[in-house]
Design a protein around this ligand. Structure first.
Ligand code: UD1
Length: 418
């Protein structure tokens, strides 16, 4: 198995490109199921999760072909509405097949994703929404089955503003009869990207990006041509990496309007961030200042940046409190950061980080996608060598990260386990 080896302590300098957003591309790919024909999605990162959706779409009968950074998806030959456990267990977002398949074919069978490293992550709100639209939901042998002759528009209140839940219901509503109103909807930028593609397909949608979305369903939708938004979490990870090494980096494709909470906190910590024509320039201070954060749904501080921000706070002057309010069990990176010398204590949903002068490289283990990114950030700042194992987590969400960071002068490479 591959590992990432980092010899830390070098300030990052130069320019780096952000890839297309994984979390936008996933729902956009599932949205192709809503129409018959050939859709084209640009700026799709080459990642394991994207390959998994490609395989799922092929199981349903679609043809998927990569042309450079774009994917061409032909859905004329769809034959199956079943998402098998073997694929769903490797990627929870497979549940995004449920809404579009039920809306288009009146039937879908999707394996339940099961537990995952960062908490229980139920899908009850996806199911409640589909039921409100008239679907009959059954659970059988670990599979969720949804049936409806035609979904009907409904008023749906989401108890929690779930991101993929909002996306699933948005796609279902686009082909439902009449109007659907999603209340307490997620407001993440990826929702806006999906809504834009659905509008291109022929749906009428108002309010995407706010907590109330109105969707006027269409009888038929057409394939789309669309370009995926840049990955705000990858961008944020690069900002963190540059900041923690006291570097000076231009992150092409980083958009301030997607990153407001993170930018505010980085600035509070003493990081200089300036918007340039095509991205954000970041300059790290000699020593960061401790800043506390609380994760919450967008536009709050993103849970997907919590682990990377913690890596920064390990080296800051002072004590910070990091509260995780979106997921349970999202502090697994703490033990690994402690192996590098970090002074962190966890009490329930809050971690207290007492900043120290230097981290020390160590062999560490990635436990989930963003935890792996935090170990990279820490490794870039640490003295000596850090070796990160189980980097298959990293490959789910970051495209060629070691190559990209090496382009900024980092001593980082992929090696075979010794
Ligand atoms: C998405 C992102 C993930 C990010 C997360 C929160 C994708 C593919 N993944 O995940 O990277 O970390 O948003 O920003 O876009 N919940 C329920 N019932 C449900 C659904 C969710 O109780 O039916 C709870 C979850 O357990 C969690 C919270 O709601 O505590 C938020 O989860 P959700 O927004 O659904 O996360 P995902 O969409 O899975």
């Amino acid at each position: 198995m591959d590992q990432i080896e980092i010899k830390g302590g070098r300030p990052l300098r130069g320019e780096i490109d952000v890839s297309g957003a994984k979390n936008a591309a996933l729902p956009l790919l599932f949205a192709t199921l809503l129409a018959s024909g050939e859709s084209r999605l640009g700026n799709v990162p080459q990642l394991r999760d994207i390959a998994t959706v490609g395989k799922l779409l092929e199981i349903f009968g679609a043809e998927v072909e990569r042309e450079g950074s774009a994917l061409r998806i032909d859905t004329r030959g769809l034959v199956s509405v079943e998402a098998p456990y073997e694929l769903v267990k490797t990627m929870r977002a497979s549940v995004l097949a449920l809404g579009p398949l039920t809306a288009r074919f009146g039937h879908a069978r999707v394996s339940l994703p099961g537990g995952c490293a960062i908490g229980a992550r139920p899908i009850n709100l996806h199911l409640k929404g589909l039921e409100a639209m008239g679907a009959e939901i059954t659970l059988d042998h670990g599979y969720v089955e949804a049936r409806a002759e035609r979904l009907k528009g409904a008023r749906i209140y989401l108890d929690i503003p779930t991101v993929t839940g909002t996306e699933n219901l948005l796609m279902a509503a686009a082909l439902a009869e009449g109007e659907t109103v999603l209340e307490n909807a997620a407001r993440e930028p990826e929702i806006i990207d999906l809504a834009e593609a659905l509008v291109k397909m022929g749906a009428r949608i108002e309010g995407a990006g706010s907590d109330t979305i109105h969707i006027q369903g269409a009888d038929d939708l057409a394939p789309y041509e669309h370009c995926t938004m840049p990955d705000r979490i990858e961008a944020g990870t690069f900002l963190a990496a540059a900041a923690v090494t006291g570097g000076d980096v231009l992150v092409h494709g980083a958009r301030a309007e997607h990153l407001e909470a993170l930018l505010a906190k980085l600035r509070e910590a003493g990081v200089e961030i300036v918007a340039e024509a095509d991205g954000l320039r970041v300059r790290g201070p000699e020593r960061l200042r401790a800043v506390s954060i609380k994760t919450s749904p967008h536009p709050g501080f993103p849970t997907d940046m919590q682990a990377q921000f913690m890596a920064l706070m390990c080296l800051a002057e002072g004590t910070s409190v990091i509260s995780e309010n979106v997921f349970e069990n999202r502090f697994m990176h703490v033990c690994e950061l402690q192996r590098m010398g970090a002074d962190i204590s966890v009490d329930g949903h809050a971690a207290t980080v007492r900043g120290i002068e230097g981290l020390c490289g160590a062999p560490v283990m990635a436990t989930d996608l963003r935890a792996s990114a935090s170990l990279i950030v820490a490794g870039l700042a640490a003295e000596n060598t850090t070796r990160i194992s189980r980097i298959y987590h990293l490959d789910r969400g970051y495209e060629r990260i070691e190559e990209k960071l090496a382009g900024l002068g980092a001593e980082i490479r992929r090696v075979k386990e010794s």
